[in-house]
Design a protein around this ligand. Structure first.
Ligand SMILES: [Zn+2]
Length: 392
């Protein structure tokens, strides 16, 4: 079967939010019809396929529970032989959430991931330090870097095969120029680098930028990481079910890729859904073959704003604060986990060498504060602000 690839928009092809909405409206009927081919939506929608914005608003949210109950292929909208990859994430319930992509979906995925204020090029040595097992994050970074002609160093994340000493050796000896990891990782690399006798901001001259995602990133943390490594810290936001949803413009604002998806904000207290404001992010990807999703409630707490930015991308901005709904109570009721992270600033993870120089650094792993469902969907939002837990 010959597939005609859809023309996907890129920043610069719309001049304001109105034209952006027009792009979305033009694409919506295509994706709604695609969704209607999946068993889940066929059963839910019947003939009420939401081809207009108003009809979409009248369509119920697709929840993580829906995804789990449709495991494994209830959302499949193409013949199985067209699938390129299968992924899943297991939430706290242990029931997997499946997601799958065609080759054409992968073109969209890698284009979105590549939209960063620091680009990926053929001269780059790209260390991928996120999981490869079933989740999309490692594969997404790898595929994007390969497409750009870069040399990929597939480091995976914390595992017995990749202790921190090895990460530091690779960063140093290979002249790694770019990396992709949780924001916590470069802090731990800094500690390991110092233990190995290196100064993070001085002895890794090839390093150009640190790409980070999977945890909400406060300005304070970002500043601290950038200060330690003396390179820009570039944030990315997305999930295994959707790929990249937002990235940074040259002015360091996190923009939602609203030319490739319709975003809404769900207030779980009132049940209302709005185009902007604070609440849980709801996404309708507009270029999706294998697994179209209509109004998928990703359940991350966000604030979406339509505001002018000097980048002139004319894309909404987003602030991601994790998933407070499943976090540990922190201080007084209503405390913001991001605020907690901002105040703690990961002070003890910033690289003080062990007291005894002969002592290897203890494995500084796991439980790294709150995560958004983005990229790392298992145990989430662990906000630990007590003095005992700052190093965990
Ligand atoms: Zn901008």
């Amino acid at each position: 079967m010959t597939m005609t690839r859809p023309a996907r928009p890129e920043p610069g092809q719309w001049r304001d939010f109105r034209e952006l909405a027009a792009l979305q409206d033009a694409r919506l009927p295509v994706i709604a019809d695609a969704a209607a081919r999946a068993p889940f939506y066929r059963a839910r929608l019947g003939d009420a396929v939401p081809r207009t914005r108003q009809a979409l608003r009248d369509t119920g949210l697709t929840t993580k529970r829906d995804l789990r109950e449709a495991y494994p292929f209830g959302f499949l909208a193409v013949p199985r032989e067209r699938l390129a990859t299968y992924h899943e994430s297991s939430g706290t319930t242990g029931v997997p959430t499946a997601s799958y992509y065609t080759e054409d979906d992968w073109a969209d995925l890698t284009h979105r991931y590549a939209r960063k204020r620091v680009g990926i090029g053929a001269a780059d040595v790209f260390l991928v330090r996120t999981p490869y097992a079933l989740m999309i994050t490692g594969h997404l970074a790898q595929a994007t870097a390969r497409r750009a002609g870069a040399t990929v160093v597939p480091g995976d994340n914390r595992s017995l095969a990749m202790p921190y000493a090895r990460v530091v050796r690779l960063l140093h000896d290979l002249g790694v120029t770019l990396s992709w990891s949780l924001p916590t990782e470069p802090l731990l690399w800094a500690a390991a680098a110092r233990w190995a006798g290196h100064q993070p901001g001085r002895d890794f001259p090839a390093l150009r930028a640190l790409f980070v995602g999977g945890e909400p990133l406060t300005a304070a943390r970002r500043a601290r990481i950038a200060e330690i490594w003396a390179v820009p810290v570039v944030e990315e936001y997305g999930s295994t079910e959707t790929g990249s949803l937002a990235g940074e413009c040259p002015y360091e604002r996190l923009h939602l890729w609203a030319d490739r998806a319709i975003f809404e904000v769900h207030d779980p207290r009132t049940g209302t859904v709005s185009p902007e404001g604070r609440g849980q992010l709801v996404v309708t990807p507009l270029y999706r073959e294998a697994m179209p999703l209509l109004r998928y409630d990703i359940e991350d707490d966000v604030e979406v704003r339509y505001e002018d930015c000097p980048c002139e991308w004319h894309l909404p901005t987003v602030r991601v604060s994790g998933r407070a709904g499943v976090g540990y109570p922190v201080g007084r009721p209503g405390s913001d986990p991001t605020g907690c992270a901002s105040r703690s600033r990961y002070l003890t993870a910033t690289g003080r060498p062990p007291a005894a120089s002969s002592e290897r650094p203890s494995a500084p792993v796991s439980g790294s504060t709150q995560r958004s469902s983005a990229w790392y969907p298992e145990p989430l939002s662990r906000t630990r602000c007590s003095p005992h837990n700052r190093t965990s």
